[in-house]
Design a protein. Structure first.
Length: 284
């Protein structure tokens, strides 16, 4: 790893190098959305294909849990936890556009299949994406179980439909189930967002470990708390619009946010001192 450090680079006590975080404008998250939409327009078919797949998955989950809304709520919120992993090939597309490289279906296939078995035990190999994805998957599973347990065990009546959820959880006159549910969800969402906001693009782009990526993500949030809070609300807001439009809105929302997240990473993290992960010849 290069030994050249910028003035605002960080070396932790354990010797982990964290790249510098660049200054950004207060309205920068809005620019990320615009750039994400621009990338989507440059490759509309491949971009919306991601949204179509995830919208179909959301519809399938809704079909399975149509009469068990408590389970549907947990699954949909868990989906947002693992969304950074699902958008990996969207990051790869934006990366290729930025470099003037060809963006086609082969790029997507290579992004999801570039695994060299002899590198799987190296902490900064391409397998770090899998390790981080498993961590997010565990977090999502934990929340689904927690959400389901809270609603089924503490709700005064069975929750089968959205109306039941609003009547017996949101508008319940006795108890604090909804407040407890929101509070626990927030306690999980904040650290997950802080750990993942730039981690997946960084892991895709540079040879770093999961620990480096997660700590860099936290450093980003702590450096720009107001801008990153705005970015979090934009992500949640657009995802909610996509979900409440019977998942059809996700066809556009997912690629826009995925491409936008790449630009957020590029604007926020100075990776000039980190080794590139992928060259035209494959992983270094």
């Amino acid at each position: 790893m290069p030994q050249k450090f910028h003035s605002d680079a960080t070396q932790t006590r354990s010797g982990v190098f964290l790249p510098p975080i660049r200054p950004i404008a207060a309205d920068q998250p809005m620019q990320w959305l615009a750039l994400g939409f621009k990338d989507m327009a440059r490759a509309p078919l491949l971009s919306t294909m991601h949204g179509l797949v995830l919208a179909g998955f959301g519809g399938f989950i809704a079909l399975l849990a149509h009469d068990q809304f408590w389970l549907l709520v947990g699954y949909l919120s868990g989906f947002m936890v693992v969304a950074p992993v699902l958008a990996t090939s969207l990051y790869a597309m934006s990366r290729a556009m930025e470099r003037g490289e060809k963006v086609d279906f082969d790029l997507l296939v290579q992004t999801w299949t570039k695994w060299q078995m002899h590198l799987q035990h190296q902490p900064d190999s391409y397998w770090s994406l899998i390790r981080f994805g498993l961590l997010l998957g565990l977090a999502a599973t934990g929340w689904v179980i927690t959400s389901a347990a809270l609603i089924t065990l503490l709700a005064p009546s069975p929750i089968h439909t959205p109306v039941d959820f609003i009547r017996h959880v949101v508008l319940a006159k006795e108890g604090y189930l909804f407040e407890l549910w929101i509070g626990l969800g927030g306690m999980m969402a904040v650290p997950v967002f802080a750990s993942s906001v730039v981690s997946m693009p960084l892991l895709l782009d540079r040879r770093v470990t999961v620990l480096q990526a997660v700590l860099t993500s936290w450093k980003t949030v702590l450096t720009h708390p107001l801008q990153m809070t705005l970015w979090a609300f934009l992500i949640i807001g657009f995802c909610m619009l996509g979900i409440f439009s019977l998942f059809l809105g996700l066809i556009l929302v997912i690629p826009m946010l995925g491409h936008g997240s790449w630009h957020a990473y590029r604007h926020l993290v100075d990776v000039s001192d980190l080794e590139e992960r992928i060259t035209e010849q494959g992983e270094q």
